[in-house]
Ligand binder design. Structure first.
Ligand SMILES: Nc1ncnc2c1ncn2[C@@H]1O[C@H](COP(=O)(O)OP(=O)(O)OP(=O)(O)O)[C@@H](O)[C@H]1O
Ligand SMILES: [Mg+2]
Length: 318
């Protein structure tokens, strides 16, 4: 897909790379003056590279009956390195959830391909390399907090054995559910049932469950959208702490520009009709970023930059 003609914003923080349709690892960005699509960057012999990258290549997806098809995604190219945190932002209906479902192996692209560290998504999902976290926590109401966190590790033990054999799998074992829940401030609620918890607490249980399986990649679809702002910021901090500790790869869908900036190594801006990647903005801000450790102006400059990209893509951002 040709890069859209996106002009430089009036206010741009220093050292922000030009817009780019495919997000590539920092090393590739530094060494290549004219970045190439992933398919041209990686040769067949570069299996080690494939095993350390999540790649969406030329993916398109349509829905509906023949003759009344609606193109949800058109020719999406997207590459990220293992261990990175990338957010996807864009207006309602631009295909964010569709893209996440393609990455999760829940749906197949009509054209193009997806590779999760060298493994097709459906297979990666079957061997628990992928953790999917939807907008609502989806806890089992009859199980206690601790049992909700333990359940993915208890079911389908054969998948765990197969996962250990996958070349693209890296994590050595499971996270300790009690330690995770304690770290997330839920040490006193291990035996509580989900309905006894607040929305923010339920979402933290879901985060603990996602990290307990130590999936190679966590796909998170607007997981904090139902939380109030204070709870949301606290939960973002806790997510970042775990991400830093476990070096998990995260793809995070959000409608919040500020959330995308504070969390991410790069923000993918999507545009609708049909859904495509309009720009990728690397967030070159040191970590950790939580608890006001980063100068607010730097983050605000990035937020302005992303809002300008969204406006150029025909979106009125929040
Ligand atoms: N199963 C489906 N059947 C038919 N159309 C679908 C299906 N899933 C998605 N679509 C269409 O594909 C487009 C993209 O939908 P998608 O849910 O990916 O958008 P989104 O960016 O996640 O939106 P939101 O921000 O509202 O969650 C929309 O036009 C939607 O109507
Ligand atoms: Mg969605």
């Amino acid at each position: 897909m040709a890069a859209p003609d996106i002009a430089a914003p009036a206010v741009a923080p220093p050292n922000i790379a030009a817009p780019d349709v495919a997000f590539r690892p920092p090393t590739a960005r530094k060494t290549s003056e004219t970045p190439q699509p992933y398919s041209r960057m990686v040769t067949e012999s570069d299996t080690e590279g494939q095993n350390s990258r999540l790649v969406v290549s030329g993916a398109s997806k349509s829905y509906g009956r023949p003759g009344a098809r609606r193109e949800a995604l058109a020719n999406v190219d997207f590459t990220m390195d293992r261990g990175q945190f990338v957010s996807i932002i864009g207006p309602s209906g631009c295909g964010k959830s569709t893209l996440l479902r393609l990455m999760a192996g829940l749906e197949h692209p009509d054209t193009g391909s997806v590779s999760i560290f060298g493994t097709p998504p459906a297979e990666a999902s079957a061997v628990k390399m992928i953790g999917f976290m939807p907008q609502v926590p989806a806890l089992l109401p009859w199980l206690t907090v601790i049992d909700n966190v333990k359940i993915p590790s208890k079911v389908n033990r054969r998948a765990d054995a197969r996962r250990r054999l996958q070349p693209g799998h890296l994590h050595p074992g499971e996270g300790d559910p009690v330690a995770l829940l304690t770290e997330l401030g839920l040490g006193d609620s291990l035996r509580a049932l989900p309905h006894e918890l607040s929305g923010g607490m339920q979402q933290r249980v879901a985060i603990a469950r996602a990290f307990a399986t130590q999936a190679d990649v966590l796909l998170m679809d607007e997981p904090f959208s139902a939380l109030d702002e204070f709870t949301r910021e606290a939960t973002q901090d806790q997510l970042l702490k775990l991400w830093e500790k476990f070096v998990t790869t995260v793809v995070f869908v959000t409608h919040s520009v500020s959330e995308a900036v504070v969390l991410s190594d790069a923000v993918v801006v999507m545009s609708p009709r049909p859904g495509h990647i309009a720009a990728v903005v690397p967030i070159d801000v040191p970590r950790p970023r939580r608890n006001g450790l980063v100068e607010a102006k730097v983050l605000h400059d990035y937020e302005d930059l992303i809002r300008s990209k969204l406006q150029l893509a025909g979106v009125n951002p929040r």
